[in-house]
Design a protein around this ligand. Structure first.
Ligand SMILES: Cc1cc2nc3c(=O)[nH]c(=O)nc-3n(C[C@H](O)[C@H](O)[C@H](O)COP(=O)(O)O)c2cc1C
Length: 189
């Protein structure tokens, strides 16, 4: 084989979101690339958060957090939330904040897609805590919907790669999932 061994500290392309939590009654926000949906029903997602950060104090305090998807035009404020810590800097006034059913997960009005989550499980990893959250409710604006569903072409989410530490916008449409493979299936059966 001709593959080059590049070690084990490798990263996969990510979405970048802004996670919100109330810490001692005040909204705080951090940038998060380590996020993924992890369960179908009930809908759940998981975020990997370094134990040294300020936001997890609020997640543990209220057992809730929000996941806000910034549009690509929000790159500056998103990056800022990933540079400064709520431990030293008040990040509660960067965005217009609203609350939903959980009452304690601060969401960002400027973000095209926001979700409030309740913590169902925490997994202690060597440097991070994996918070698994059930999505209680999601919010968007009408202009980001197509046939009543969030349209990510319209939302224009921010993508992120490491170790080059670069932000990207979503690329071209390729094919329909659970469909395009059927052609290969037909040829091989
Ligand atoms: C693009 C980007 C993605 C990030 N992803 C994560 C992540 O997935 N997990 C994490 O613990 N920190 C991540 N960080 C770092 C935190 O956002 C950053 O340390 C932040 O200042 C923590 O804020 P806090 O102390 O107010 O919670 C990321 C930073 C950037 C810029």
């Amino acid at each position: 084989m001709n593959k080059v061994n590049i070690g084990n500290n490798v990263f996969i392309p990510m979405l970048v979101v802004i996670v919100g939590a109330n810490v001692e009654g005040k909204a705080n926000f951090m940038a998060v690339g380590w996020i993924t949906r992890v369960n179908a029903q009930p809908p759940m997602l998981a975020i990997g958060i370094n134990k040294a950060h300020y936001t997890p104090l609020g997640i543990r305090e209220n057992r809730t957090f929000s996941v806000n998807f910034p549009g690509a035009d929000m790159v500056e404020k998103t990056d800022y939330c990933g540079i400064v810590s709520g431990r030293r800097t008040d990040k509660s006034k960067i965005f217009k904040v609203f609350y939903g059913e959980t009452k304690t997960a601060p969401m960002i009005e400027e973000c095209p897609l926001c979700m409030e989550c309740k913590v169902v499980e925490t997994v202690d990893l060597p440097s991070n805590t994996l918070f698994i959250g059930e999505i209680v409710r999601a919010y968007t604006d009408k202009l980001f919907l197509t046939d009543g569903k969030p349209d990510f072409k319209k939302i224009n989410p921010l993508l992120f790669t490491m170790p080059d530490n670069s932000y990207w916008a979503m690329g071209e449409y390729i094919a329909k999932a659970w469909y395009v493979g059927k052609k290969f299936k037909q040829k091989n059966e």
